[in-house]
Design a binder for this molecule. Sequence first.
Ligand SMILES: [Zn+2]
Length: 410
Amino acid sequence: MTDPQAPTGAPSFPKVRKRPSMVAIVVAAVMLLVFGAGFSALFAGLATATEAMGVRFGTSAEHTRIVIDLKGKATPKILAPAEGDKAFRLVFSGVELPGFTTGRGQGAVTTWEADQDKRQATFFFELSDDVVVRRSFLLKPGTGVDHYRFVVDLAPRNMQAPGQSNGQVINAVFAPPHQGKRVVVIDAGHGGQDPGAVAKSDQVYEKDVNLDAAKVLKRQLERTGRYKVVMTRADDTFIPLKDRVRKARGANADLFISLHADSGPKGAEGASVYTLSEKASSRVARSIVNGQNWILDAKELRQRDQDVTRILVDLTQRETKNQSARFAQTLTQNLKPVTPLLRNTHRNAGFVVLLAPDVPAVLLEMGFLSSEKDLKRLKDKNNRANMMAAVARSIDDYFESNPARVANLH
Ligand SMILES: [Zn+2]
């Protein structure tokens, strides 16, 4: 899904015109604008108005999210849609708009408009579905995002609502910038009684290829002095998948990379990069909120009520997914010159090792043991070192372009 929480790019309004024709401005990106004067008790009476910086949307299987970027703290009055309503409004007092603005929505929102009347800014959202405001909250600035965001989640009216929390102020899910070394967890797939894929002709086991590559990568990363590397296994032992995830979370990992080698039908060749699928992460979110999961232990979330938990898990997970996708993209770019890539190589998967909601993670299939060419490449020491050097470069790039880190849910 698109993630409107992402700290990438500066929020901005689409072109503002004086009184535009009714033609909606079609903005390809998620970053649209809007908004207006909000009113927060804190601001009432203050001469300076808060500025609205933009309006963005995000969608998932479960909801449509509207994010209004604000220079300062402001909470709107929500004129929520009644049953059958095809529109609703947010009215901000003390918030300034650059002028009348309109744009295209996403999900349940078809279009939106924002207009100013004196010190009041009104956002008007046109709806395609019968929805309710499932929750709304104001996000404080955090590392990586320097401004407030007012978030509204819309959900189908007939969907069972486990609870609603409106208007809460939530701390952003970013931890302070990292001091010292970044923690990278390298996961050599399989091991011990679980050999993974096997190239029968050569008696090459995936578990050995993975471990060897992991060790090479570890050396390369440690050589830079910038990383603390944790291995989920350092020898030929069997480690359950869940324990690998627990180890990464326990180490406060900044990044998790799982190394594998594939086996597939004739003709399948090349490396591929996977991140967690939307479906799998929704499942995890639900299980965490319901308190039935193996990832977070009960005491980690004990002090929070279910609603706050839901919001925190949701925000953290989205940010983690964003960062995972960013790393996957960098990785794919860096691998291109050193190894053939499977078509559509950045895919989404439901692999258990990628499930930690607060650790950006990717799974790299380094090639197919079932392919003659890949097998040759994977067995070749120089080739392996080259490939891991590309991975190490990607890790450098990723951290250089991503100073923010996802806060651990501990
Ligand atoms: Zn594998």
